[in-house]
Write a protein that binds this ligand. Structure first.
Ligand code: G1P
Length: 290
């Protein structure tokens, strides 16, 4: 039902300079995988196979990453290095990647509007790759797609944040309609300290119905002089319905150095090492069997 996922990936990643001077921030590795690959995996797990990437200048390596590299594959063929490419090969075989370039940085709303050509007239997901989300069973997007099937309206993922951090996020306020699910009646992009309507912060996962494009077109520049998706969503909430969903799982703000290091430590211990142990056990079982 949700077949496409939009990845706004044109930003500069200035908080990571100089690392991001010539490398896209989406390609920063968390352990051995670039950030954007985690997002793509999450989308695939949610049943999505169309990855629509909004890129900008200097972002070629994202395209190269989600493509074959025949020379490299030839070099490592038959060696134990081959298994390091198993996951990315699966992604390339499963998903279809399309790209469009955003010429000017005019905010998240503008980035999403730029992706309209790739998405078309259907509901779609949005992943901000620098919010890395992990959950043991069902990923955050899969949880949201399941909700979309039930409610058929735009959904934003939210988490509670301390009061002194509300100014960093889009903040929503709404009436709880069931455990962890709110019907939004107000939302503000990065409210000034002490003015937030709640402590429910939007994190980088959205399901949007296609009427959002028209609403973005009608949205004037807001916070920071940028066209904010939060403002367009507020219009949608007022005229129809937007839900806010307190997702199950952990989210790391990989747009900040602290969050990135936390994510790295977490993924090393909980994903990378565990995968290694499983692979090792698998090998031993196969050896025993043969
Ligand atoms: C964007 C959104 C904001 C949201 C945040 C989540 O802000 O505009 O509403 O809370 O992502 O990461 P950014 O962090 O890109 O400034």
């Amino acid at each position: 039902m949700i077949k496409k996922c939009l990845f706004p990936a044109a930003g500069y990643g200035t908080r990571f300079l100089p690392a991001t001077k010539s490398m896209p921030k989406e390609m920063m590795p968390v352990v051995n995988k670039p950030l954007i690959e985690y997002g793509v995996e999450e989308a695939i797990q949610a049943g999505i196979d169309g990855m629509c990437i909004v890129t900008g200048r200097g972002k070629h390596s994202i395209m190269d990453h989600f493509d074959m590299n025949y020379e490299l594959e030839h070099q490592i063929k038959g060696t134990n290095k081959e298994e390091l490419l198993v996951d990315i090969r699966k992604i390339i075989d499963t998903a279809n990647f399309t790209y469009i370039r955003q010429r000017e940085m005019k905010g998240l709303g503008h980035a999403i509007l730029t992706g309209r050509e790739l998405v078309g007239d259907e509901p779609f997901a949005v992943v901000l790759a620098d919010d890395l989300c992990v959950n043991k069973d069902q990923g955050v997007l899969a949880q949201m797609v399941a909700l979309y099937k039930q409610f058929r309206c735009s959904i934003v993922a939210v988490q509670e944040v301390p009061e002194d951090e509300t100014h960093k996020y889009g903040i929503v306020q709404g009436e709880m309609i069931k455990d962890g699910l709110y019907r939004v009646d107000d939302m503000v992009e990065k409210p000034e300290q002490g003015t937030a309507p709640s402590n429910l912060a939007i994190i980088g996962r959205y399901i949007l119905t296609p009427d959002i494009f028209e609403l973005i077109e009608q949205t004037e520049p807001g916070k920071g002089g940028e066209i904010q998706i939060t403002d367009a969503l507020l219009k949608q909430a007022k005229s129809g319905c937007v839900l806010a969903y307190k997702f199950k799982g952990k989210r790391f703000d990989c747009g900040s150095v602290e969050g990135y290091i936390e994510a790295t430590n977490f993924c090393f211990e909980n994903l990378y090492l565990k995968d290694k142990v499983t692979a090792e056990l698998g090998k031993q079982t196969t050896q025993k069997e043969s």
